[in-house]
Design a protein around this ligand. Structure first.
Ligand code: ADP
Ligand code: MG
Length: 261
C-alpha cells in the first residue's frame, strides 16, 4: 500500500533537507511534492531548480504532466507547487492549485510507494493545510530543533493536526546543537502525546552537498549522515504508531520551555 506522508515544521528548520535526503535514501519509487513557496525541496534531487506548477501555469493554462513533474535521484518523481510573486497574493495558494492540477493529470496513478509532502508550518494559512485537510496525506511528521521558535511552531502545527483529525507519526529532531537539545525535544514530544522518531545530527556534509545541488545520499553515500537518513525513511515506512496530538496552551508551552533556560 502506498504511504502518503506530510512533513511540517517552521521555515528554515530543515524540512526540505530531510525530505530530499529521505527520498534519496528510499530505493522504491517516491513522489516528492514541495509545497513551500521557496520551491527548493527537489533541487538536490534533480540537481537544479525545476519550474513550479504556479509558474508553469502562468504561461500555459493546461500543462501536461511532463511540464511539471521531473525525474530525480534514485527513482524519485519531483514536483514543486510554487508560490505567488513575493509581496503579492497568498502563499498557500500554490498548494491548492498544484494539488488540483496533479489530480487532473492523474499524477498519483503512477503508483509510487511513498508520497512525501514538504509543507511550511509557521504560516497560518489554509493553503498549507490542504495536504492534510483534503486527505492527500495520511500521516504527519514534524521537524523541529530544540530552539524556542521551532518548538513554538511545532506546537502550533500540532494544534492544526488535531483540528483536522490528522495522525501524528512522530517528531524528527534536526539538531542545531543547542544546550539539552535532545532532552528538550523528547519532553516536548511526550507533552504533546508523541515521540521522537529520529535525531538527525547537524553535519557540514549537508551544506557541502547542498552547494553541489546534491543530496548527502548521492554525494556522501558512505557517511554516517547518509545512514541516519536511511534509518529515518525505513522507520517512517514501517511506522504504524500514531497519536492525536495534545497541543500545549501558550502558558503551558512557556513553563515547559522555561525549565531549560
Ligand atoms: P526548510 O525546508 O525547513 O525551510 P531547509 O531544509 O532548507 O529548511 O534547511 C535550512 C538550512 O539548514 C539549509 O541551508 C540546510 O543546509 C541547513 N540544514 C538543514 N539540516 C541540516 C543538518 N542536519 N546539518 C546541517 N545543516 C542543515
Ligand atoms: Mg524547505
Amino acid at each position: 500500500m502506498v504511504k502518503k506522508i506530510a512533513i511540517y515544521g517552521k521555515g528554515g528548520i530543515g524540512k526540505s533537507t530531510t525530505v530530499s535526503n529521505m527520498a534519496a535514501a528510499y530505493d522504491n519509487d517516491t513522489f516528492v511534492i514541495g509545497c513551500d513557496p521557496k520551491a527548493d525541496t527537489t533541487r538536490t534531487l534533480v540537481g537544479k531548480r525545476i519550474p513550479t506548477i504556479l509558474d508553469t501555469m502562468r504561461e500555459n493554462k493546461s500543462p501536461v504532466l511532463e511540464d511539471v513533474m521531473y525525474d530525480g535521484y534514485n527513482n524519485t518523481l519531483c514536483v514543486e507547487a510554487g508560490g505567488p510573486e513575493p509581496g503579492v497574493g497568498c502563499a498557500g495558494r500554490g498548494v491548492i492549485v498544484a494539488m488540483k492540477l496533479l489530480d487532473k493529470l492523474s499524477a498519483f496513478q503512477n503508483n509510487p510507494e511513498l508520497v512525501i509532502y514538504d509543507v511550511l508550518g509557521d504560516v497560518v494559512c489554509g493553503g498549507f493545510s490542504v495536504p492534510l485537510r483534503e486527505e492527500y496525506a495520511d500521516e504527519v511528521y514534524i521537524v523541529t530543533s530544540g530552539e524556542y521558535m521551532s518548538l513554538y511552531a511545532a506546537n502550533n502545527i500540532s494544534k492544526g493536526i488535531r483540528k483536522l483529525n490528522g495522525k501524528l507519526g512522530g517528531i524528527i529532531c534536526n539538531c542545531r546543537n543547542v544546550k539539552d537539545e535532545i532532552e528538550i525535544v523528547n519532553e516536548f514530544a511526550s507533552l504533546i502525546s508523541s515521540r521522537v522518531i529520529s535525531v538527525i545530527p547537524r553535519s557540514e556534509l549537508v551544506q557541502q552537498s547542498e552547494y553541489q545541488a546534491c543530496t548527502v545520499l548521492e554525494m556522501f553515500p558512505e557517511s554516517e549522515q547518509a545512514d541516519i537518513y536511511r534509518e529515518l525513511v525505513s522507520t517512517i515506512v514501517d511506522n504504524n504508531t500514531f497519536s492525536t496530538p495534545t497541543p500545549m496552551t501558550t502558558e503551558e508551552f512557556e513553563s515547559f520551555f522555561h525549565k531549560y533556560v
